[in-house]
Design a protein around this ligand. Structure first.
Ligand SMILES: Cc1cc2nc3c(=O)[nH]c(=O)nc-3n(C[C@H](O)[C@H](O)[C@H](O)COP(=O)(O)OP(=O)(O)OC[C@H]3O[C@@H](n4cnc5c(N)ncnc54)[C@H](O)[C@@H]3O)c2cc1C
Length: 323
């Protein structure tokens, strides 16, 4: 048996998979994936493990662990980054170099290769703003493709990869904004610091000693509903017109819905080691010895309470593996 996924994921649950294959270069990643795919359909691509909840029994699962590193400056704001690079380190590095466009995504855990999967976003910025293209090994065809931003069909915490295109991102290319006055380097670094501070106050920056950060970040996406449905909600329900801004759909605050459904920060089911973060109503956390089942049980309870109160089905943001 290999190392348990509880040791490789930020919410620290999950059993031992059949095998963990570590890929340290792009070519190795492609070779390992083709080999695994030829043998089984029960496989998982693992980056930093910050957006997945693996079941307590995953003994048949083969894990492809993306660890290829390298950052290549192509020029004129274009940078190619290998999928296994750490996302937050990359943000700090680019801010120092005056490359603008991802500074508000500072402090988000995980790898560069996973960032396009759900089009990571925070504080008004999304990956899709700067993503230029990426290399993708397609599970269906076994072919390597270069996909443009348009090919990825990004949306709010969404992409073509979340809607059934299975495979592996091997590298990502960014197009940064470089036409800023030099003084903006300092502003970018200041923004990174500000964002990380804000995130830390909500338990959204990993800290071994703080159980509020033993999570997958937000456990549910903010629901998008029709404008007419939104009008049926209490007047103080936070609402934002969605990206399209056509007035037809409205994004709601999942955290607000949870708290209004009677589930407060710190809540846990009797006898469970999974609990809502004491700092953020949207994060399910492991208080030390939680099982994957306890995490999922709490998630289902929250969904039921919100559905009963508002008729809204909260959609989990992390990938649930083996449930
Ligand atoms: C404390 C905390 C705060 C967070 N805050 C935010 C936030 O503000 N905004 C936000 O958007 N997210 C946030 N997240 C979620 C998470 O950090 C991101 O989704 C991140 O991009 C996941 O990266 P990862 O490498 O850990 O992916 P993993 O958890 O390893 O994998 C996530 C999914 O991507 C797939 N995957 C991973 N690597 C690849 C690859 N190379 N090719 C193809 N598929 C791949 C996996 O199979 C899995 O389905 C937060 C998480 C935590 C724990």
């Amino acid at each position: 048996m290999s190392q348990p996924l509880s040791e490789l994921t930020t919410i620290r649950v999950g059993g031992s998979p059949k095998h963990i294959h570590t890929a340290s270069s792009r070519d190795e990643l492609i070779a390992i994936a083709k080999d695994v795919w030829a043998r089984t359909d029960n496989w998982l691509v693992l980056g930093g493990g910050s957006n997945l909840v693996a079941a307590d029994d995953v003994s048949d699962l083969e894990v492809i662990w993306v660890r290829n590193l390298g950052v290549e400056y192509i020029g004129q704001g274009r940078v190619r980054v290998q999928a296994g690079e750490n996302w937050s380190d990359f943000v700090i590095r680019t801010a120092k170099q005056g490359l603008a466009g991802i500074e508000s995504l500072a402090g988000i855990p995980g790898t560069v290769g996973a960032a396009p999967i759900q089009n990571i976003g925070a504080y008004g910025q999304e990956l899709s703003l700067t993503l230029h293209s990426l290399e993708f090994l397609d599970f269906e065809t076994n072919e390597v493709q270069v996909l443009t931003k348009a090919d990825c069909v990004f949306g709010y915490r969404d992409s073509i990869f979340k809607r059934g295109k299975r495979g592996i991102v091997t590298w990502v290319e960014f197009q940064f904004f470089t036409d800023l006055p030099a003084a903006h380097n300092e502003l970018l670094e200041a923004r990174v610091e500000e964002v990380v501070g804000l995130r830390a106050s909500k338990g959204m920056v990993l800290d071994d000693k703080d159980h509020d950060t033993w999570s997958c970040g937000s456990f549910f996406t903010n629901p998008i509903v029709s404008e007419s449905f939104a009008k049926t909600l209490p007047l103080d329900a936070p609402q934002w017109p969605t990206e399209a801004d056509d007035g037809l759909t409205v994004k709601l605050s999942a955290a607000w819905l949870i708290e209004q459904a009677g589930i407060q920060k710190g809540f846990s089911l009797p006898g469970s080691n999974a609990a809502i973060s004491t700092k953020h109503a949207l994060a399910i956390t492991n208080r030390g010895y939680a099982t994957a089942d306890e995490v999922v049980e709490l998630a289902r309870y929250i969904q039921t309470q919100v559905s009963n109160k508002f008729g809204i089905n909260l959609v989990p943001e992390p990938n649930l593996i083996g449930f």
